[in-house]
Design a protein. Structure first.
Length: 258
């Protein structure tokens, strides 16, 4: 039996890294995609120590050549006789930055849309034939901010709402080819995302403490919890699930602004 192939972008840290490890544990050969060569190498070594199979691809997902490089490398691992293709594509690369409407520059807006929306769109579009060959599944990493708005996160909220609509529209377009497309919408998850978005350690600690009050289950989430949902969505158990945007946020989407 040919090993299943999974592509995970943003695999150098956070949810992307946790997803790469989880899918490898589930038997996928993982193509771990990201910009941080050392972090990708560490993730691949951890996968291999656990008996899994992985390789790294160091590339900026926003570059012109990224979609072709990613899909080409993934397909190269599939036996020709089995139908060269991709079984799972997880678009986990993304950024966040805090700015209200009047503080959002053109450059801020363009960067957010390029990384969070344009990159997964272009990779998915390139991967369609490879996904169709294996009746593959796609999971886009969205956010609770895709379904509701938060102050001073304008560009981020808009980008994640676009990811949700990309997911639904792609699911409808690709259903005739038996390609499933879903999104996961986490609340606050303990990763380096917010630190990279500009929070110092003190502000981040306060943010996590505040998250205990803003999430009804009383805590932020973990990368492994999100990876578990993604693993389900790309598994045969979810064979009749497509076009969905699934909240995994400790109940955050149910609450009023505070």
């Amino acid at each position: 039996m040919t090993q299943r192939i999974a592509v995970v972008t943003g695999a150098s840290s956070g949810i992307g890294r946790a997803t790469a490890l989880r899918l490898a544990a589930d038997g996928f050969h993982v193509l771990a995609v990201g910009r941080d060569e050392r972090a990708l190498s560490d993730a691949c070594r951890e996968i291999e120590r656990g008996g899994g199979s992985a390789e790294r691809l160091v590339v900026d997902v926003t570059s012109d050549e990224a979609p072709g490089l990613i899909v080409g490398r993934a397909q190269a691992k599939t036996d020709v006789g089995a139908g060269r293709g991709i079984d799972a594509l997880v678009n986990a690369a993304g950024i966040i930055s805090a700015a209200a409407l009047t503080a959002t520059t053109d450059a801020d807006w363009d960067e957010m849309m390029t990384i969070n929306v344009r990159a997964p769109f272009r990779i998915l579009r390139e991967a369609v034939p490879a996904l169709a060959a294996r009746r593959g599944s796609v999971v886009n990493l969205s956010s609770v901010a895709g379904t509701r708005v938060f102050p001073s996160l304008l560009a981020y909220c808009v980008s994640k709402a676009a990811v949700d609509q990309l997911t639904r529209a792609a699911a409808l377009d690709l259903a005739p080819q038996c390609i499933r497309v879903n999104a996961v919408n986490p609340g606050v998850v303990v990763t380096n995302l917010h630190r990279r978005g500009g929070m110092d350690e003190g502000k981040y600690a306060a943010f996590l403490e505040h998250s205990r009050m803003t999430h009804p289950l009383g805590r932020p989430g973990t990368s492994d919890e999100i990876a578990g949902l993604i693993a389900y969505l790309v598994s045969p158990a979810a064979a009749w699930v497509t076009g969905d945007t699934i909240s995994i946020d400790g109940g955050r989407h149910l609450t009023c602004l505070r």
